[in-house]
Structures are given as C-alpha cells and as structure tokens.
Design a binder for this molecule. Structure first.
Ligand SMILES: [Zn+2]
Length: 379
C-alpha cells in the first residue's frame, strides 16, 4: 500500500482501513485470497441471509473488488440454502402500507405454530415487530392464549424493549377476547386489526418466512430444540440491514451500530454516532419514500387473471393444521396445490384440494399461482 495515512486511510496493527467521503464507518481492506471464505462465512453467520442482507453486512465492515458479484455467486452455490429453500413466494410484501413516524408507534404481533414441542412444553412463537425500526422480539410460548401473550408484553416487552402506542393484530380469537380488551385499556394501548381478508397487511407475517428459514437451517435435525435458537435468530434479524430503512433495527432502537462479526478479531476505529433524532427523521423519510414507490409500482402491475383448471397455492395462516411436525415442513406460507373449479367473481374463487377433494370458496388475495418448476432450472 503506497498511500500514506490520511483522512480516508488508516493503518492500525498492520490492517488497512478506508472510508469514503460519504461514509462514517471505517472499513477493512480484505486480501483477495480470503474474499470467498469471508463472504461465505458472513452469509452463514447471518443465518444464510439473502443477497441484499449479506452484501450490506459485508459492505458495512469491509471492502473488496466485485463484492456484489461474489456475494451473489457464493449464495447461489450455498449447499444449505439450496437444500432448505422454501417454496417460491410473492416478494411484494404487505398490501396496506404502514407509514409509522416513530419507534413503537405501531407494533404488530403474530403467532406461529404449533411447532414440535420444545423445552418446557413450548409450542408457539410469539413475534412482536416494531413497524418503524423493524426491531423484532421472539418469545417461545406454551399456549396461544391472550393471557400468555399479554404476560410477555407486560413483563418483558414493555420494560426491556419499549411501550407500544398501538398493536396491530389479525382477527385471531386470541386478540379479540375480553381479557385482551381489558388489559390493553389498562395499559393504554390502541388496537388495530389487519383486515380479515388481507392478513398479509400485518407486516410481521413477512418475517415468518425469515424465521422459518433460520429455524430450518439451524434446527433441521433437532426439531424440538427450536426454543434454544430463538434468541440467536432474534439477534441476527435485528443486526441485519433492512431494505426499507437502509439501517439495522438495532441501530435505530439502541442508537449504536451493531458489532460486526469481524470486530471480535479486528480492532476497528470507532465511528461517530449520529443523534437519535436525526436517525428517526431519516428512517421516517425512507419509510415514506419506499411506501410511495411501492404504491406506484402496484398501480402499474397488471392483476393476475385466474382461470378454471389452474393450479394455485392457498395461504396457510397460522400453520396450525400441520400433521408433519418437522421444522423443515413448517413455515411454508402456502398450502396446496389446489385446483380452481370455478371463478366466482373477480375476487372470489372456488378451489378444490387435490388430496382431500374438499371444495371451498376463497378470496383471491389468499391465493397465488402454482408453477411446477423444471428441476434443472431451479434457481
Ligand atoms: Zn446459505
């Protein structure tokens, strides 16, 4: 390295750090021969995160040539990812845009399970997501009851994470009962229900897929050990950059950049921390901007036309009917395939379960087309 130390280059203990004008963080210059190994380990440490998250985790701490290309190649070739890839899903996200302005303005909650019974008889995962920062908390529960959920909110979530102004839930009976209503009055928390026919407007559901992927990756041969993984999964999810906020949930809530895996080995120069008000303002404007983009994109999308005889998958809301209690089978968001027996209206389809022969009416928002992929073209 020819360049002398200056404002943008620093050498500490024989390691070269650089930063550019727009960035606050110092990044370590990675020698070419360990680039693949580092990329692959970062991807693994992050619970086999996708391209976007892996790339930004790397970019946040280091610099090397062709980072985009190498990240994509490493993930495409990852054995574990290829084995545990879920059925393909719509990447469009919630249909109703949440545009919160501050942390804990709206937290959304969701229950997943039942799972194979874990430590202490736990069977459900309660996920509480702050829709502003995307900070997520995960709890293992024995029962999917209002009492159990409220207990976690009162005893742990509020004291340790924050006091929500409102809670967004679906219309599951746990969330509409008397105890639930009384308690949230006592705690002075507003309730919002995501509409019955659009459960995907509850943003925490998007995170099911990710939790499922992480559980499948780490618990695939220890089906009852999943509660031990929750804390780690929660930490990973909070320390990876969100596409919406362009920050990690951790830095929005804690006001500090999360420690990167490399920091255990390398002593980075400390970056300047931004003021909390500045972070919140920046995040609010990014949420607003992304919601606007998403809405205009949606307007330009042509609606899917369904036809009689077509194969579809149907959303499995709480995954409670699964007979196969293996982690690898859980967290698939869709059941099926089903066959459309009649198109009732623009919004309603009659579908038939191929296996059980049962027929039912279903809203189109609960359905997605099902394609059988060519084995050799399975990207
Ligand atoms: Zn992987």
């Amino acid at each position: 390295m020819m360049s002398k130390e200056n404002e943008y280059i620093k050498i500490k203990e024989n390691i070269v750090f650089v930063k550019d004008k727009t960035e606050n963080n110092w990044r370590v210059v990675i020698p070419e021969k360990i680039v693949h190994m580092l990329t692959s380990e970062t991807h693994e440490i992050m619970g086999h995160a996708g391209r976007y998250k892996t790339y930004y985790a790397l970019k946040g701490m280091c610099i090397f040539k062709n980072m985009h290309k190498i990240t994509a190649a490493v993930i495409k070739n990852c054995d574990s990812c290829q084995r545990s890839k879920p059925i393909n899903y719509q990447a469009s996200g919630p249909t109703i845009s949440q545009k919160p302005k501050t942390p804990f303005e709206t937290v959304s909650i969701d229950l997943m399970g039942p799972l194979p019974m874990g430590r202490g008889g736990t069977q459900y995962i309660l996920a509480i997501l702050d829709t502003f920062s995307k900070y997520i908390r995960l709890y293992a529960l024995k029962k999917a009851s209002a009492k159990a959920i409220l207990n976690r909110i009162e005893v742990d979530y509020i004291p340790r994470t924050g006091k929500p102004q409102s809670i967004l839930t679906d219309n599951g009976t746990q969330f509409t009962g008397k105890l639930w209503q009384k308690k949230r009055n006592d705690m002075n928390i507003k309730i919002k229900h995501s509409t019955k026919y659009h459960p995907q407007s509850n943003p925490v559901e998007r995170y099911n897929r990710e939790i499922g992927r992480l559980l499948r990756t780490y618990c695939h041969n220890q089906h009852t050990k999943w509660p031990n993984c929750l804390e780690k999964i929660e930490e990973w999810m909070n320390k990876v950059r969100s596409e919406v906020t362009e920050m990690t949930p951790w830095e929005i809530i804690k006001g500090e950049t999360p420690k990167q895996p490399l920091e255990d080995m390398i002593n980075f120069p400390r970056p300047k921390q931004s003021k909390k008000e500045d972070i919140i303002q920046l995040v609010a404007s990014r949420i607003e901007e992304k919601a606007r983009k998403r809405e205009s994109k949606k307007k330009n999308q042509s609606n899917i036309i369904y036809e009689k005889g077509q194969s579809v998958l149907v959303r499995d809301h709480h995954l409670s009917n699964t007979d196969n209690k293996e982690i690898k089978k859980l967290f698939h968001m869709y059941n099926g395939p089903f066959i459309i027996t009649k198109v009732i209206s623009k919004n309603t389809l009659a579908v038939k379960n191929i296996h059980s022969g049962r027929e039912e009416l279903i809203n189109v928002s609960e359905v997605r087309p099902y394609y059988v992929m060519d084995k050799h073209n399975n990207l």
